[in-house]
Design a protein around this ligand. Structure first.
Ligand code: ASP
Length: 442
């Protein structure tokens, strides 16, 4: 039954709007529940017929124009994709004139953000005509300050002011505008953020994020074929898992809704009967598996430092971090014990600075030893309930030992909702499978 008072914001990703057939699925979903009043589309993504996202074509178009290269192949393909959707759906939106104007703006130097944003803009025009919803250009409501930082207060006020008088609207994702009117985009995948912002500004009851997977899995289904679907996950758990590479939502899309405790429901446009995964502020009285998810990333470097009496030495940690900061490298983790500490860095950010950093640490900290461990994968086992379940760590480490995997680093973190282990890159998949199998049985 549909609750008349409820308000939902529904964001549809690129694959959900990649062609006319997908548009029809979206319409059916919107029609099924009249509380889905505000719809945020992405640009057309990859489809059966096209192995490229329109956003990538737009970036390429802009780069070709910028470099004085032939831009026609990109332009023609973008035009073809939008015209095909329009014609297949029998719509009237004048894509040809819109795109002509867009090309002219790009040639006049409107820039890559403007170019990239046009995928969402044009898809928004088509979707609003198809649904019979009002089109609200995101540049009018999603606002950035003059330094290019997203302006939360101004945006929330503006969104609420504009949408309060509109019953049903389509607001394109991914972009907004600077105070001078120029278009600015979020980072890639940023339509998720737009959806969250609209949901927050309108104090929606639910933010639905429609994509091409049925939610969130306990472990990457590409690593473990029979991965278990997660019914619900808390914002905090999701943050930990997204950081570790579990990419279902743009990681910044949690912040806007977090403030108002609005749940996010990740759903599958191609399997709308599946309830998907709920992302919620907290889960009370949960008695299921202590582990919600397992995710990881490869390619870290660990600097392991030992010095007798380290705990009593004032400023030791600060000096270690200062040696790393000097090279502009952020640190990811820093587990420590009485006489030793480890700093975990991303390989890609360390580049070839490692010897200089080690020299610096020797000079400023006079340690007994410094060891560099390269090509480490970090794996986080995450679960809000791990904190008060006995034996979680034992299960985890027994599973790794049985699989003959050497653990090079352990970090439980102060939040106690995750245990992170560092293993050799080569052991990554084996370790994930072992941890998953151990907790699946629970
Ligand atoms: N179309 C943009 C991208 O491909 C934004 C999005 O889809 O969320 O990154």
């Amino acid at each position: 039954m549909v609750d008349k008072m409820e308000l939902r914001v529904a964001k549809f990703g690129g694959s959900s709007l990649a062609d006319a057939n997908q548009f029809c699925k979206v319409k059916k979903i919107i029609r099924e529940n009249e509380n889905r009043r505000y719809v945020v589309p992405s640009a057309p993504g990859k489809s059966e017929k096209y192995d490229v996202k329109v956003t990538d074509l737009l970036y390429s178009l802009d780069a070709a124009v910028e470099n004085g290269e032939d831009h026609a192949p990109f332009y023609d393909l973008i035009l073809k994709r939008f015209v095909e959707i329009r014609n297949d759906l029998g719509l009237k939106t004048d894509i040809e004139s819109e795109l002509e104007k867009i090309l002219k703006d790009i040639m006049d130097g409107a820039g890559p953000d403007y170019a990239a944003s046009r995928g969402e803009y044009l898809n928004g025009l088509l979707l609003s005509e198809f649904l019979g919803f009002t089109f609200v250009d995101a540049k009018e409501v999603i606002l950035f300050d003059k330094r290019g930082k997203y302006d939360e207060r101004a945006t929330e006020r503006k969104v609420a002011e504009v949408l309060q008088n509109i019953e049903h609207a389509v607001i394109p994702g991914f972009y907004g505008s600077l105070p001078n009117g120029n278009i600015k985009t979020f980072s890639r995948g940023g339509s998720d953020i737009t959806g969250a912002i609209i949901a927050a500004a309108m104090r929606a009851d639910l933010y639905e994020n429609w994509t091409d997977v049925s939610g969130f899995y306990m472990v990457d289904p590409r690593v473990v074929k029979k991965a278990r679907k997660v019914e619900s996950v808390t914002y905090r758990e999701l943050r930990e898992l997204s950081y570790m590479g579990a990419a279902v939502l743009h990681e910044d899309s949690i912040f806007p809704v977090y403030k108002y405790a609005i749940p996010i429901n990740v759903r599958n446009t191609n399997e709308p009967e599946d309830k998907g995964t709920m992302i919620v502020p907290t889960i009370d009285n949960y008695h299921g598996n202590p582990v919600t998810g397992i995710a990881g990333r490869k390619n870290f470097t660990i600097i392991s430092i030992e010095k007798n009496g380290m705990n009593a030495e004032l400023g030791f940690g600060r000096r270690v971090l200062a040696s790393i900061e000097k090279y502009g490298i952020p640190f990811e983790h820093m587990p420590s014990s009485i006489d030793s500490l480890c700093v975990v860095l991303e390989n890609q950010k360390v580049k070839d600075n490692i010897d200089d950093i080690v020299d610096d640490i020797h000079r400023t900290c006079e340690p007994d030893s410094v060891e560099i461990i390269k090509d480490i994968a970090l794996i986080a086992t995450v679960g809000k309930r791990m904190r008060d379940s006995i034996g979680t760590a034992a299960t985890l480490f027994t599973a790794l030992a049985r699989a003959n995997i050497n653990v090079r680093m352990i970090d439980q973190g102060s939040s106690e909702i995750s245990i992170i282990v560092g293993v050799k890159n080569d052991d990554f998949e084996k370790a994930i499978v072992a941890i998953n199998d151990a907790f699946l049985e629970q």
